[in-house]
Design a protein around this ligand. Sequence first.
Ligand SMILES: *[C@@H]1O[C@H](CO)[C@@H](O)[C@H](O)[C@H]1NC(C)=O
Ligand SMILES: *[C@@H]1O[C@H](CO)[C@@H](O)[C@H](O)[C@H]1NC(C)=O
Ligand SMILES: *[C@@H]1O[C@H](CO)[C@@H](O)[C@H](O)[C@H]1NC(C)=O
Ligand SMILES: *[C@@H]1O[C@H](CO)[C@@H](O)[C@H](O)[C@H]1NC(C)=O
Ligand SMILES: *[C@@H]1O[C@H](CO)[C@@H](O)[C@H](O)[C@H]1NC(C)=O
Length: 375
Amino acid sequence: MQRALAVIFFLAVFFHQSLAQCNSTNCVAPNCRCMSTSIPGGLSKANAPQLVFLSFDGAVTTSNYDNYTYLLNNRMNPNGCPIGMTFFIYHEYNDYTLTHSLYHKRQEIATHSMSHRTPQELWASKTASEWVDEIGGMKDALAKFANIPSTPIRGSRAPFLQTSGDNTFSAMKTLSMFYDSSLPTTNYTDPPVWPYTLDQGFQHDCLIPPCPSGKFTGIWTVPVVTLENNGTRCNTVEACPQPKTLEETYQFLKRNFERHYNTSKAPFGVYSNNNGWFQSANFRLEGYKKFLDYLSSKDDVYIVPLGRGLDWMRDPKPLTEVGNFFSCPAMTQTSCQPVSCYYDGEASAIGPRIMKSCVPCPDVYPWTGNPLGNA
Ligand SMILES: *[C@@H]1O[C@H](CO)[C@@H](O)[C@H](O)[C@H]1NC(C)=O
Ligand SMILES: *[C@@H]1O[C@H](CO)[C@@H](O)[C@H](O)[C@H]1NC(C)=O
Ligand SMILES: *[C@@H]1O[C@H](CO)[C@@H](O)[C@H](O)[C@H]1NC(C)=O
Ligand SMILES: *[C@@H]1O[C@H](CO)[C@@H](O)[C@H](O)[C@H]1NC(C)=O
Ligand SMILES: *[C@@H]1O[C@H](CO)[C@@H](O)[C@H](O)[C@H]1NC(C)=O
């Protein structure tokens, strides 16, 4: 009890200090932003787009790829360009050929660690160099085996949203990553806060300690603004009380969206683990789709990957110019010659594995510390 109080006291003091530390003198746009509910560029609500961030965590597999493309299916933003989602991908069972396809459908590919090992607590004490192996290794594996450029891989999410605080963010600096989206908030959900940079430190409530206490210039945090259903708050759609019908699914997403749309217009995030939410109930896939149809009826709503949303925050164009800003992204055309790679015995440190790759099979199963699977 005393310890809990001490922690609360520490957090309160720390939070107070870090907020006081970030202001318009020491944090200047576009490279820096303090935590805030105000719209970038001083735009009015009427002149600002409502950004929507749809993300899925985990391996891309034949059992979830169809659900993703079903939701994407030729859906356009108001400017006639395809909507964009973000896929935070880990290595185990990931199909790099399908990852390649998602990239070519103009989706954002981001990292969710190489190993994604359990239990969650393991991640709370990882060193900076271990994080470099996990985040940087996954980035290398994605670029190599999905045969896509590595520059657009600039976002990261920790397994189970469990960072080890400063070590995670030091690793992100080492790797020149652009943003993290691992740190949830319940305190700043109504009105919801916008993403901000860690130049002047972490500024919201720490739900999954440890949270960073240092300053990390130029690293953006996209807070996981928790969703609410029947009075319960959750980080991902699976963690809330489960909607039981298509209509409940739709209303759940719409109601949470309106909390953003009606107030600060901070990006609305729907964060999901894989397609687990859909796999157990097809009506939720249909309810999700109905929600996207509803969004498509609004001419100020843009469904964009997290990275592009942050690009806009750094260069906040008013609604009249947003269509140009979110023009259909240029695409580096790359090839994929699908191969299935089989590993057992000494060729895999973690037991027999199959891996689907766009380039010839590596000698051994890629793993943390040897992400390219060199002999
Ligand atoms: C901004 O914060 C710094 C402390 O980090 C303080 O010295 C300065 O006076 C503040 N500026 C304003 C305008 O509040
Ligand atoms: C969604 O995924 C599930 C599980 O793989 C599959 O049974 C279902 O047919 C998929 N639905 C669509 C529309 O892709
Ligand atoms: C979050 O809200 C709780 C309850 O109101 C409060 O005790 C705590 O200080 C807040 N934390 C931050 C970082 O705002
Ligand atoms: C929320 O509560 C209402 C009334 O108790 C219930 O009918 C509904 O099914 C619940 N919704 C979810 C998603 O749990
Ligand atoms: C948002 O505003 C609309 C239109 O004014 C209203 O119908 C809706 O109930 C509001 N939603 C929330 C969650 O406040």
